[in-house]
Design a protein around this ligand. Structure first.
Ligand code: NAD
Ligand code: UGA
Length: 341
């Protein structure tokens, strides 16, 4: 893949901006980044990639796809609060618009690397999740949380069918709760809904506000250092054996309850700042935090044998991942967001 041209759709987001920096620093790929936002790309040498501030389905973006060797699709709404606030927009962006990109890949014989989600596994089936063996189990339709996972799962199924019927070259990545610099956005203390859990807890810690654990925090997540994730991406794109395959990208050793996650963040934040945090860890119901239609789940850790066979291993434990992520935000000048009046 040396010197190949990649178009990173949604490359200005959390994963995309970290991946762009990683690829600039560690590869000689030619990069075109397409996004509606560019704030997270600040600090990366602007001469090291081309940036197009346009919609993913604009003619210019689709032309950039036609002109690339590999299309990397990261575009999606990925915050659970949005699955309940605007489910139809989630379906439109995460399935319909992504389908347009897929069609361009099929019509122009382009390799597609599609970011999907560990959320396609849904509710636990077994003790750990395997890409090609585990069932994908979702909640009832009125639990709108599942529209995200259902959209992503259907997209995976259509990609797979194009591989079988039309010879599409693709790899699908299922991320497991990546954390790192430039994560989502900060919110006022005590806010509900909004960004994903790391950004909520960092917001709380910055303002000594409450860290809210939804429904007691006994649900599990497996968190992954963003640098391990970026390295996994390069392993996948560089390997011939990754074609027409799905990969879990996660660190099974970093499986914790959300309550444990909150306690660790509080401890590590206190160590990094030198001040004992006064944030209280309090409980809140899922309905109060997200609204009606929220169903939370336990997640089980990923089986990562497929990626290990290609030579990849996660290298960062949870405390290191949290320390690096919090320290990066503090270095970038993260400030408490004033309370809404
Ligand atoms: P993100 O929200 O930070 O990034 C998505 C980017 O897409 C944003 O920068 C946004 O501006 C851009 N975008 C949205 N609509 C667009 C449009 N119409 N045209 C152009 N750009 C548009 O999310 P992320 O965490 O970086 O996730 C990237 C991908 O990985 C998503 O597909 C997400 O579902 C998937 N994923 C992420 C995680 C994780 O741990 N962060 C976990 C599972 C799946
Ligand atoms: C999210 C999104 O669905 C996707 O971006 C992605 O598939 C997945 O993360 C991922 O990163 O792999 P989820 O893990 O539920 O799913 O997202 P978070 O908002 O980070 O929530 C994690 C857990 O923390 C949930 O149980 C949630 O209820 C809880 N939470 C969240 C709190 O207890 N307190 C908060 O302040 C925020």
């Amino acid at each position: 893949m040396s010197g190949k041209k990649l178009v990173l759709l949604g490359g200005g987001g959390f994963i995309g901006s970290n991946l762009t920096r990683y690829l600039v620093e560690n590869t000689d790929y030619e990069l075109v980044v397409v996004d509606l936002a560019d704030d997270k790309l600040e600090g990366i040498d602007p001469d090291s990639f081309e940036f197009l501030k346009i919609d993913v389905t604009s003619d210019e973006a689709l032309d950039a796809c036609r002109d690339s060797d590999v299309i990397v699709d990261l575009v999606a709404y990925a915050n659970p609060s949005l699955y309940l606030e605007k489910p139809l927009e989630v379906f439109d962006l995460n399935f319909v618009k992504n389908l347009e990109v897929l069609d361009i890949a099929v019509q122009n014989n382009k390799k597609l690397i599609q970011f999907s989600t560990c959320e396609v596994y849904g509710k636990p089936s077994g003790d750990a999740w395997s890409e090609d063996r585990s069932d994908l189990i979702m909640g009832p339709i009125h639990m709108q949380r599942w529209i995200y996972a259902a959209s992503k799962q259907l997209l995976e199924r259509v990609i797979y069918a194009h591989g079988v019927e039309n010879g599409l070259d693709y790899s699908i990545i299922r991320p497991f709760n990546f954390i790192g610099p430039r994560f989502d956005y900060l919110v006022p203390a005590g806010s509900t809904g909004g960004p994903r859990v790391f950004a909520h807890y960092l917001s709380a810690l910055l303002s000594n506000g409450p860290m809210m654990v939804v429904d007691g925090g006994s649900q599990h997540r497996t968190f992954t250092h963003i640098d391990d994730a970026s390295r996994a991406f390069v392993t996948i794109i560089e390997s011939d054996e990754s074609n027409r395959q799905i990969f879990n990208v996660g660190n099974p050793n970093n499986d914790v309850t959300i309550l444990d996650f909150a306690q660790r963040m509080k401890r590590i934040y206190s160590e990094l700042t030198g001040h004992q945090s006064e944030s209280l860890i309090i409980e809140i119901s899922g309905e109060e935090f997200y609204g009606a239609g929220y169903e939370d789940v336990d997640r089980v850790p990923p089986i990562i044998e497929k990626l290990q066979k290609l030579g990849w291993e996660p290298q960062h434990d949870l405390d290191v991942a949290l320390r690096d992520a919090i320290a990066a935000h503090l270095k970038d000048g993260a400030q408490a967001v004033p309370a809404l009046t």
